[in-house]
Write a protein that binds this ligand. Sequence first.
Ligand SMILES: *[C@@H]1O[C@H](CO)[C@@H](O)[C@H](O)[C@H]1NC(C)=O
Ligand SMILES: *[C@@H]1O[C@H](CO)[C@@H](O)[C@H](O)[C@H]1NC(C)=O
Ligand SMILES: *[C@@H]1O[C@H](CO)[C@@H](O)[C@H](O)[C@H]1NC(C)=O
Length: 438
Amino acid sequence: MAHLSTRLLFLSLLALEVTLLQTGLAQNRINRQRGNILKNLTLTHEYENHIVTSQLDASMPIRMFYRGFREVYNRLLGPTGDRVRGAFLQPHVMPNVPFPCETEGYRSERVPTSVHQLRPGDIDIISAVGDSLTSATAANSVALWELLIENRGLAWCIGGQGTWRTHLTLPNILKEFNPKLFGYSLFDSYNVHHSAQFNVAENIATTTDMPYNAAKLVARMKLDPRVQWNKHWKLLTFMIGGNDFCSDVCYQTNATDWINQAQEKSLIKTLKYLRHNMPRTIVNLVPSPLINLSFSMDKAPQLPLSCYLSRPIECSCLFGPKYSNRRNLFRQLERNFVKIMERVSYMPEFHSDDFTVVYQPFFKDASVFYRRDGKSDMSVMSIDCVHLSQKGHAVSANGLWNNMLEPTGGKTLGFRGLFEQFRCPTPQNPYIRTYYNS
Ligand SMILES: *[C@@H]1O[C@H](CO)[C@@H](O)[C@H](O)[C@H]1NC(C)=O
Ligand SMILES: *[C@@H]1O[C@H](CO)[C@@H](O)[C@H](O)[C@H]1NC(C)=O
Ligand SMILES: *[C@@H]1O[C@H](CO)[C@@H](O)[C@H](O)[C@H]1NC(C)=O
């Protein structure tokens, strides 16, 4: 009974959110008021409550309910990030199995001066902007009422909980090359908590939110005494776009124009800001897997009931009955946005010795796994069929890492089984690949 009522509370909260989005409060899209009424409610906030996403925060009731609620709720439920059993987890790698790559010699003797000569061990600081797929929302959740827990320590590109043996993440791979790496998220947290570190991703963020998200990241990093701003080499993973198509596109008067113009502008604006403000930085620009993944589940004969409950709410533009006839248009626009992202990454202004952007495409063709009998294997998906499970995060980390070592034009697409293919730097090709050293 207790569970049932929590679940109802949760669903009504999500429904409230959708209602507010639909009733024009979303007009005032970006209300960047600092703090909120329930600021530091649990006295655990490390970072000032900079509000990072737009739509939720545009309305006072949401600021009060959603942020306050999830904070207290999370305290009551407790953490889920340290779960050790379940099909949603990657199998642990035994201690007698060595790390797949030679790590010796892949941190330069002298700090490199060109971003095109970075060995994996040269990365000193890791960071991320993005949405709920980067905050690792619900990665370890086994029930819908745990959806609001963010397992940031497990996030594919920025989680650093445990090691690669228990949680394959990009930081846990890079730590093998440079144990002094920092900036990665430590454990379950929202982006204001200490454990979030340099992961400023926020749920429901869209491309429109990224200029703001990037500015908050830069501010946070500059305030951190560990950071030597002009000396340390920084890696930033920037993945966005899922919510543009799940929660936003169906409210636009001209969806085609909106994608082709407004969203592209926000993308360029964010990269320009980073280019001007973050020295010694390499950016992984990554398309969202959300839409391709969602469509891949259409082929699944039977999905868990939880998916039918959560998808119309979390991804109302694709799964809400009202918009189902425009689904294919939205899908086409999404495919187009992925191309826009790639094209933007080539703009000459984003490439120098000090800064570069690399488009990493592995996510764009992601789909759930299929078993030998042809049935879908949902273990990469979380309980809600929208987010990735911890295993999904591990598979994604593997994909991102491979892309970083693969030359432009030769990058692997889609999800592969964990460790099925694991690239390593070599004496001939020791560098993280950029457009200039590929
Ligand atoms: C939140 O409250 C705690 C305990 O009083 C305090 O140490 C911390 O600095 C506060 N955080 C912010 C961001 O104000
Ligand atoms: C959207 O805008 C484009 C270009 O401005 C135009 O060609 C198209 O007809 C518009 N679509 C709708 C549905 O108004
Ligand atoms: C995902 O994208 C790839 C490449 O565009 C495509 O071949 C694949 O069929 C897609 N998956 C689904 C289920 O749409």
